[in-house]
Design a binder for this molecule. Structure first.
Ligand code: ZN
Length: 387
C-alpha cells in the first residue's frame, strides 16, 4: 500500500504501518487535551493503543500463517487506524480452507483473551470485570476485554470481514461460489449501511469501517463475477483479430501514424510473419523523445511476452494483463500470430457477456426463450471471436 512505513518482518511477512495511523495518535492526543489529562495519561493511552495494535498484528498473522499451510503466501500486513489488512496472494480454492483462514484471526484474539484472564486470575486479581469506563481500567484488563470485542466484532457477518468470509465459505459448501459471494456481499453491504448509521451517532471509526466493508464487498463480488465469467471462455473468444502490426525496420513515424489513425495502443512487431517483439505506446513515446520519429521500430521494441494459444483459458492471460506484467498477450497457433489480447477487449467481452446474462435472467419465462438466449450467447462469442 502507498504511504506505508515498514515496521519489520515476522515469519517472513513484511509488516507496514499506514501514514493515516498518525491520525489515531493525533486523535488520542486531542482527547487527552480535551479531558484536561496530563502527559502521563496520554502515555498510558498510547501504550494501550500500541498493545492493541500488537494484538491486531497477531490476528492478521493468524490468517496469514493458516493460509500458508494451504500454500498461499501473504504479500504483507498493513496497519490502518481502523485495523489491519493481510494481503493474501489469493483466496483459498476450497471452502473449508477459506473457513479456517477466516476463523484463524478471531481465534487468535480468543487465545489472547483467555491467556490474559488466566494471568489475571493467577496474579490473584480474579476474573477481570467488564470495565465501566474502559479508558480508566487497568491495562491488562482493558487488553483482555478489547480482545473479546475484536473477537465479537470480527465475527459480525459483514463480508469481507472475517465473519462474512466464514459465512461465504459455509454457503459455498452448498451453492456455487458466485451465489455464496452474492449473498454474503449483499448482507455485508446491508450491515455496512447499519454501521454507517450508527457511526453518524458519534463514532467516526464506524463510518470508516462501513465504507471499507461497502467498497470491499462490491470489489470482491465483481472479482468473483469476472472469474466465474472467464472460467468457461477461451482466449480466442476475446482476442482482437483485426489489428495492425509493424516491422522491425519500419520508422517510428509509421507506428505514430497507425496510433493516430486507429485506437490500437500496442503493436506486435512481425518479420516475415514471425513475431519478433512488441511496441508499446510508452516505448514509442519514450523512443520519439529520445531519437525523434526517424528511429526504427527495432530500436525501441521490447521482446515479445510469452504467447497464449487460442484455446487456452482466458483467466491466466487476463491475470497477466491485470498485474501489469504485460500490456498485450500475443495469441499464436502453429507459429503464426492469430490475434492479440489486451485488457480492454477482455473487458469489452465481459460487458457483453454480463448484458446477455442479464437478458437471459429476465427472459427465463419459457424454456424456448431460454434456449434461444443460450444460442445468442454463443453467437456473440463467435462474432467477438471473428473480430
Ligand atoms: Zn481478520
Amino acid at each position: 500500500m502507498k504511504w506505508s512505513l515498514q515496521l519489520g518482518r515476522i515469519a517472513g511477512i513484511r509488516i507496514y504501518v499506514h501514514a493515516t495511523f498518525a491520525l489515531l495518535v493525533v486523535w488520542l492526543g486531542a482527547r487527552t487535551l480535551a479531558e484536561g489529562a496530563g502527559p502521563a495519561a496520554f502515555a498510558r493511552d498510547l501504550t494501550f493503543v500500541l498493545l492493541l495494535f500488537g494484538c491486531v498484528v497477531l490476528h492478521e498473522l493468524g490468517h496469514a500463517l493458516t493460509a500458508r499451510r494451504f500454500g498461499i503466501a501473504t504479500r504483507d500486513i498493513t496497519l490502518l487506524p481502523i485495523g489491519g489488512v493481510a494481503r493474501l496472494e489469493k483466496m483459498p480454492e476450497r471452502a473449508w480452507q477459506e473457513l479456517l483462514v477466516a476463523l484463524a484471526g478471531p481465534a487468535v484474539n480468543l487465545v489472547i483473551a483467555v491467556v490474559l484472564v488466566l494471568a489475571s486470575v493467577a496474579a490473584g486479581r480474579g476474573m477481570p470485570a467488564v470495565p465501566s469506563d474502559p479508558w480508566q481500567a487497568p491495562l491488562l484488563e482493558r487488553l483482555a476485554w478489547v480482545n473479546v470485542m475484536l473477537l465479537v466484532f470480527n465475527l459480525v457477518p459483514a463480508f469481507p470481514m472475517d465473519g462474512g468470509r466464514a459465512l461465504r465459505a459455509l454457503l459455498a459448501m452448498r451453492v456455487s461460489n458466485l451465489r455464496a459471494t452474492r449473498v454474503a456481499a449483499g448482507l455485508g453491504q446491508l450491515i455496512a449501511f447499519g454501521f454507517g448509521l450508527l457511526g453518524l451517532l458519534g463514532n467516526p471509526f464506524l463510518i470508516l469501517i462501513a465504507l471499507f466493508v461497502w467498497i470491499g464487498a462490491a470489489a470482491e463480488l465483481a472479482m468473483v463475477e469476472v472469474k466465474t465469467a472467464l472460467a468457461s471462455i477461451a482466449v480466442e473468444a476475446a482476442m482482437l483479430t483485426r489489428f495492425d502490426a509493424v516491422a522491425p525496420q519500419e520508422p517510428l513515424e509509421r507506428a505514430i501514424q497507425l496510433t493516430l489513425e486507429g485506437s490500437q495502443k500496442d503493436f506486435p512487431v512481425l518479420e516475415r510473419g514471425e513475431l519478433r517483439g512488441v511496441l508499446s505506446q510508452e516505448r514509442l513515446v519514450a523512443g520519439v523523445a529520445r531519437g525523434g520519429a526517424g528511429l526504427v521500430v527495432a530500436d525501441v521494441m521490447e521482446p515479445a511476452p510469452p504467447a497464449a494459444h487460442p484455446r487456452d483459458p482466458l483467466a491466466p492471460a487476463l491475470e497477466r494483463l491485470q498485474d501489469g506484467s504485460v500490456r498485450m498477450v500475443p495469441v499464436v497457433e502453429a507459429g503464426e500470430l492469430r490475434g492479440i489480447l489486451t485488457a480492454d477487449n477482455v473487458f469489452e467481452l465481459l460487458r457483453f457477456q454480463s448484458a446477455l446474462d442479464a437478458w437471459t435472467r429476465s427472459n427465463r419465462g419459457s424454456s424456448t426463450r431460454a434456449t434461444n438466449s443460450t444460442n445468442r450467447k454463443e453467437d456473440t462469442r463467435c462474432r467477438l471471436a471473428t473480430g
